[in-house]
Design a protein around this ligand. Structure first.
Ligand SMILES: *[C@@H]1O[C@H](CO)[C@@H](O)[C@H](O)[C@H]1NC(C)=O
Ligand SMILES: *[C@@H]1O[C@H](CO)[C@@H](O)[C@H](O)[C@H]1NC(C)=O
Ligand SMILES: *[C@@H]1O[C@H](CO)[C@@H](O)[C@H](O)[C@H]1NC(C)=O
Ligand SMILES: *[C@@H]1O[C@H](CO)[C@@H](O)[C@H](O)[C@H]1NC(C)=O
Ligand SMILES: *[C@@H]1O[C@H](CO)[C@@H](O)[C@H](O)[C@H]1NC(C)=O
Ligand SMILES: *[C@@H]1O[C@H](CO)[C@@H](O)[C@H](O)[C@H]1NC(C)=O
Length: 560
């Protein structure tokens, strides 16, 4: 695997949640929508009991012994096979392009169809990863444990019992990875910083881990030196475990100041070298996890599994607004937003009023929960406020609304797929009024096939793959337009998109691994539609970041 560096960026992690799941692309919104067709539910079938110290019972001991006690909650960690940063020899040889195994019209490059359409000046052509999924070096150089270090080794959580202790070892191979993506024409790498590498105990006032801060400084410098722009996400789901233990992580308002403190440290350290920043990755997904095993064993006092996602949303949004306020007050040079996920959707039965209402509910409980406060009016969507009592979802103060409104310089969307939305079985009105309805409070259902003949909205990689991952390029232009209509912004990035190859995890021979027609077709068609969205629809799209899935020659050079 390591022979092909950019392959090494992308190892999927298998979770035992009913199917093989790549966490990075697992952006279905468990808290806000139900998939009616297949078990893409994130609830594990077996629920072994897990013990975690009661919230607040672990003393705040910031000594090395205190850190070791936090690591004891995680258990043994596999050490990396080597601990020095590998130096690539430059230039990286670029392998020959694949032979024309398929007719040229199998997955044509947009540049050969839309002859007169070119990308705007300054368009970013990037790849995206996350710290937990690629770094490895889990317990090295002063890092504290994270919630993912903990959950990944709970019995029954990961299908094949692997952890990300080593994974792609990007922590020591980042130079090779950066040089290799640079060699194939990638102009940016969107990666995340692990909070627990900077502050092992997470909280403001706890010791700063200089080694962690220096590490990412080197990562940033190296990317710049090979012409790959570093794009930084402050939080991609890996909450310092200490914060879960001390106060229940994002379900506690205490996290707000601790996050802002961490953000300021990082802004200060890398100011001028990083131009594009994200506070949070896919907040509706990370908050959604908190209602479910095993994340729901460490909630703040007074918060339960039903209220956790909404308490999290409230705290996370205030943390976002506070970090952006600090970013602006500090005069940090660059742009900042967070990464949205999910789609608005189309009514499953065209013109059906119940399905049309379901689309509104899907948009409000999914994207809108975060995007309305930031891009519209500083407040929750009205549908959400009408449904959720204050005991579930705290209401913003005037000050908080002021801070939230306009707290993003651009709109970023992880745009994997866009599908249909239908009313739940009991109907939207009945569901809304019934907290016991399994679809409450979002009261909508995502449907993966059309209502006329039952055709899939797009191909899935294979029958065993996660249900929500379908290739839906024909939806992309309408999807982006819906985003801009509802949450206007002067600039947009597709911050993640991607596809799996059929039976990818079963492929062992290199020639099989290299064969990626499904992914190529996904990228070609989506990029072609993105080009039309820019030129025909006036969408201010200024960059795309492919998620891990093997940025092949085809996809990377598609638009050149
Ligand atoms: C592209 O532009 C050229 C020059 O303006 C024009 O002659 C040609 O017809 C255009 N081609 C297409 C496919 O639109
Ligand atoms: C994972 O570990 C469990 C025991 O914790 C075992 O039952 C299961 O067979 C293991 N799975 C694999 C793929 O090794
Ligand atoms: C945690 O979530 C699981 C579903 O994943 C649920 O069965 C369990 O009851 C929840 N625990 C609590 C304490 O609510
Ligand atoms: C939905 O309504 C629009 C406008 O009234 C109409 O043009 C369209 O044919 C309708 N679609 C269906 C499937 O009934
Ligand atoms: C969870 O908390 C909410 C708000 O306090 C409350 O209404 C609800 O009954 C609680 N749920 C459970 C299962 O205790
Ligand atoms: C509420 O939903 C539950 C679960 O689907 C159902 O058993 C119950 O009959 C519903 N109540 C009403 C008033 O519709």
């Amino acid at each position: 695997m390591k022979k092909f560096a950019f392959l090494a960026l992308l190892l999927p992690v298998k979770l035992s949640w009913g199917s093989t799941v790549r966490p990075a692309v697992r952006h279905a919104t468990p808290a806000t929508s139900v998939t009616c067709t297949v078990a893409s539910s994130t609830v594990p079938t077996t629920k072994p009991t897990v013990t975690f110290p009661p919230t607040g019972s672990i003393p705040k001991d910031f000594s090395p012994q205190g850190l070791e006690e936090l690591w004891n909650l995680v258990g043994p960690v596999e050490p990396p096979p080597f601990t020095t940063t590998r130096e690539p020899s430059l230039p990286i040889p670029v392998p020959s392009p694949p032979p024309p195994l398929y007719p040229t019209w199998y997955a044509p490059e947009p540049s050969s169809i839309f002859l007169n359409l070119s990308l705007p000046e300054g368009f970013i052509f990037g790849v995206a990863t996350s710290a937990y999924q690629v770094e490895g070096a889990t317990k090295m150089e002063g890092k504290g444990p994270t919630t993912w270090d903990w959950v990944s080794r709970l019995p029954g959580f990961i299908q094949d019992n692997t952890t990300a202790d080593i994974t792609d070892l990007h922590y020591y191979l980042y130079k090779e990875d950066a040089a290799r993506v640079a060699a194939i024409g990638v102009t940016a790498h969107s990666f995340s910083i692990s909070w627990a590498r900077i502050y092992p105990f997470g909280v403001a006032g706890s010791p700063l881990n200089q080694q962690g801060l220096d590490h990412y400084s080197d990562v940033i410098d190296y990317h710049l030196s090979v012409g790959v722009e570093p794009v930084v996400t402050l939080y991609h789901w890996d909450t310092p475990l200490a914060l879960a233990a001390y106060y229940g992580g994002f379900t506690s308002p205490q996290i707000v100041d601790d996050f802002i403190h961490y953000a300021k440290t990082v802004f200060q350290a890398y100011n001028g070298r990083v131009k594009t920043w994200y506070t949070f990755n896919e907040p509706s997904v990370s908050c959604g996890f908190l209602s479910q095993y095993p994340f729901n064993v460490s909630l703040a006092l007074g918060v339960n599994s039903s209220t956790a996602p909404y308490q999290c949303a409230y705290n996370l949004l205030r943390a976002h607004a506070g970090a952006v306020k600090a970013f602006r007050e500090m005069g940090i040079n660059g742009e900042i937003a967070y990464k949205n996920n999910d789609f608005v959707g189309l009514p499953w039965r065209a013109n059906d009023t119940d399905d049309t209402e379901a689309v509104e509910r899907h948009a409000s409980f999914g994207l809108g929960m975060y995007a309305n406060p930031v891009y519209v009016n500083g407040d929750w969507p009205q549908i959400v406020k009408n449904t959720l009592p204050e005991s579930y979802l705290p209401r913003f103060t005037e000050q908080e609304m002021d801070d939230l409104k306009g707290s993003a310089d651009f709109f970023a969307i992880d745009s994997y797929a866009s599908q249909y939305v239908a009313a739940p079985p009991a109907g939207t009105a009945s569901c809304q009024a019934n907290m016991s309805d399994p679809a409450w409070p979002a009261c909508n259902t995502v449907v993966l096939y059309d209502s006329n003949a039952g055709w899939a909205v797009g191909p899935s990689p294979d029958p065993a793959s996660i249900a929500w991952l379908q290739a839906t390029p024909q939806m992309l232009r309408g999807y982006l337009q819906q985003l801009m209509d509802r949450w206007p912004s002067p600039k947009m990035y597709i911050s993640e998109f991607g596809m799996d190859e059929p039976f990818e995890s079963m492929r062992t021979e290199l020639f099989q691994i290299l064969e990626d027609t499904t992914t190529t077709n996904y990228f070609m068609t989506n990029l072609g539609e993105a080009l039309l969205a820019i030129h025909e629809d006036g969408i201010p799209l200024m960059g795309t970041f492919s998620w891990g899935t093997r940025p092949s020659f085809h996809s990377v050079f598609a638009l050149r």
